[in-house]
Design a binder for this molecule. Structure first.
Ligand SMILES: [Zn+2]
Length: 357
C-alpha cells in the first residue's frame, strides 16, 4: 500500500464543513395578472416561475474548506455475485453499502474521461468527485430485460435505483469492456453500448481478449486495443473509447502503445490509463497528476481478500486526514485551493486559480 506520508498534503486547522446550497426563497414580486373579463378583486397572485438563471453563488471557499488540489477515489469493481468467491468479487449488498457511504460522505460520481480531460466542473460545491469503474464487462454489471430496461439487480440497475432515491447522486460510471460485453453478441452489442452511452456512462477499453499485454509484441498489443476500440466506435461514433484499463494491471513492454495506435477503423487514442491498485488519485489539477497512470482502489467483499479493507481504509483516510480530500468549490471556471498549495498547481492553470487562507 502506498505510503501516504510521501504525498504532499495540507494540514488544515479546521475540520471540513460542508454547507448546503441556499434554497431560493425570494419573495414573489410579480405583477398580478388578470384573465380577460375577470375582476381584479377575485384574482389571486401567481407564483413567479423560477427563472432559468444560474444557481446561487457557492459558499466561500474557506467555509467549504474547498481544496481542488486534494485527492479523490477511483474505485475498481469486477463481478457482482451473491456469494463472493474471489478477491475481486463483491456482493450486491456490499455495492449498495458502498453507495450509501459515498453518498453520506458527499461524493459525486464522474467518469474516468472527465478526470482524463481535467474537467471536474460539474462537481457541486462541497462535493468530492468519485469515479466508479467496472472491469471485464460481465452480465452482473449490465443486463437488460426483454423490454430493453436495465435489470434492477445488476450493478447499473442498483446504481440507477440509488439515483432514483437520491437524484443529486448521478448514475454515471465507466465500464471497461472486452469483446462480447456483458455476455452479449451480434446486434445486442451495439444496442447495449448505445444505451449505456445514452444513460451518461462511459465505455472504456479493456482490450479485445483481456491478454497479459507484457507477453505480446507491439503489433499484437496494438491489435488488441484497436479491435476493441473499433467495436465501440462502430456502435457509438460520437463516443469512442478515450480511456483504457490495463487487463490484469500489467503494462505492455512498450507503454507508448497505450496512448495511440492502429490505423483506419482500428485507430485509437487514449487520454488516460487506469491501473490496478491501490490508493486515491491526485487531483487532475495537481502538477504531479499523470493521466497515463491513474491508481484505483479495489472494491471487493471477499472475506479473505483485502477489498473491504482497501475501500474502507481509503475512505477513512479521506474522511479524517485534514486537507487530503478533494472538495469542490462550486466555481467551475476556476481551480480553488488553500494558498499553501500554490506550488502544487499544474502548469498553465495560474490564471484560473483562486487561493484562500
Ligand atoms: Zn480485467
Amino acid at each position: 500500500m502506498t505510503d501516504l506520508t510521501r504525498r504532499r498534503f495540507l494540514a488544515l486547522t479546521a475540520a471540513s464543513t460542508v454547507v448546503a446550497g441556499c434554497t431560493d426563497i425570494a419573495a414573489d414580486t410579480s405583477p398580478v395578472v388578470h384573465a380577460p373579463g375577470s375582476s381584479p378583486a377575485t384574482t389571486t397572485p401567481r407564483r413567479t416561475p423560477k427563472p432559468a438563471t444560474s444557481p446561487p453563488p457557492a459558499p466561500p471557499p474557506a467555509k467549504l474548506q474547498a481544496n481542488e488540489l486534494g485527492q479523490l477515489p477511483v474505485l475498481m469493481h469486477h463481478r457482482l455475485v451473491t456469494s463472493s468467491a474471489g478477491a475481486y468479487d463483491q456482493t450486491p449488498d456490499f455495492f449498495r453499502q458502498e453507495l450509501e457511504r459515498l453518498y453520506r460522505e458527499n461524493y459525486h460520481p464522474v467518469r474516468a474521461i472527465d478526470l482524463a480531460r481535467r474537467d471536474l466542473t460539474a462537481v457541486p460545491a462541497g462535493k468530492t468527485p468519485v469515479v466508479l469503474t467496472f472491469d471485464d464487462s460481465t452480465p452482473s454489471q449490465v443486463a437488460f430485460d426483454s423490454a430493453g430496461r436495465v435489470e434492477s439487480d445488476c450493478a447499473l440497475g442498483i446504481l440507477r435505483g440509488f439515483h432514483a432515491r437520491h437524484p443529486d447522486f448521478p448514475a454515471v460510471a465507466t465500464f471497461y469492456v472486452n469483446r462480447n460485453p456483458f455476455g452479449l453478441s451480434g446486434a445486442a452489442v451495439p444496442q447495449a453500448l448505445v444505451r449505456l452511452t445514452a444513460l451518461g456512462c462511459e465505455i472504456g477499453n479493456h482490450t479485445w481478449s483481456h491478454p497479459n499485454l507484457h507477453t505480446l509484441s507491439r503489433a499484437e498489443a496494438e491489435a488488441e486495443i484497436g479491435k476493441l476500440a473499433a467495436m465501440v466506435r462502430g456502435a457509438t461514433p460520437a463516443s469512442p473509447c478515450g480511456t483504457l484499463a490495463l487487463p490484469l494491471g500489467v503494462h505492455p513492454r512498450d507503454s507508448s502503445v497505450l496512448a495511440r495506435g492502429g490505423r483506419g477503423s482500428t485507430a485509437y487514442r487514449n487520454l488516460a490509463v487506469l491501473l490496478v491498485g491501490a490508493n486515491p488519485s491526485l487531483s487532475p489539477y495537481h502538477r504531479d497528476f499523470d493521466p497515463m497512470a491513474i491508481p484505483r482502489i479495489r472494491c471487493s467483499s471477499h472475506r479473505n481478500g483485502r477489498g473491504p479493507l482497501e475501500f474502507n481504509y481509503w475512505l477513512d483516510q479521506l474522511a479524517t486526514r485534514p486537507g487530503l480530500k478533494y472538495i469542490a468549490a462550486g466555481n467551475p471556471a476556476h481551480v480553488t485551493a488553500p494558498s499553501s498549495l500554490r506550488q502544487s498547481l499544474a502548469p498553465g492553470l495560474a490564471d484560473r486559480a483562486i487561493w484562500w487562507n
